[in-house]
Design a protein around this ligand. Structure first.
Ligand code: ZN
Ligand code: MN
Length: 133
């Protein structure tokens, strides 16, 4: 929450509710998930308010936008370097905190100095593997 307060956003009650929902949230929610959760408390809040707040946080670097789910953008308040694993059926995303020693050959890297990486792992979770459809 402190980190999010430092973004200099004007803290309206709606925005505070969005920030609270995101704080420590490891579920990688979509904008729709966030809207559903927060509009329970603020029924008059529009989806545009949620979307614009997420976009502002993303631009300020305090929220990551993940593209691992092909169906919809997902958001992650944890901006520390880590990787992700998605269940392709239920779209659950889990964090992978592990350092992989990946080397990019110099001839491919060219003159770009590498500062990080993000690996997307794909799979099917236990629950989805055992459900028949
Ligand atoms: Zn699953
Ligand atoms: Mn994450």
């Amino acid at each position: 929450m402190e980190k999010l307060k430092e973004t200099g956003l004007k803290l309206t009650p709606q925005r505070i509710a969005i920030l609270r929902y995101l704080d420590g949230n490891t579920g990688h929610p979509s904008a729709e998930d966030i809207y559903k959760a927060v509009s329970k408390k603020f029924p008059t809040m529009s989806f545009a308010t949620v979307y614009n707040t997420l976009e502002t946080l993303r631009q300020r670097g305090t929220l990551l936008e993940l593209t691992i789910d092909p169906g919809r953008k997902r958001f992650d308040p944890n901006t520390e370097p880590h990787h992700h694993l998605i269940c392709l059926r239920c779209k659950r995303i889990v964090d992978i905190h592990n350092a992989y020693a990946l080397k990019v050959p110099d001839e491919m890297r060219g003159d770009i100095e590498i500062t990080g990486n993000h690996i997307e792992f794909y799979g099917i979770c236990q629950k989805c593997r055992s459900s028949k459809d």
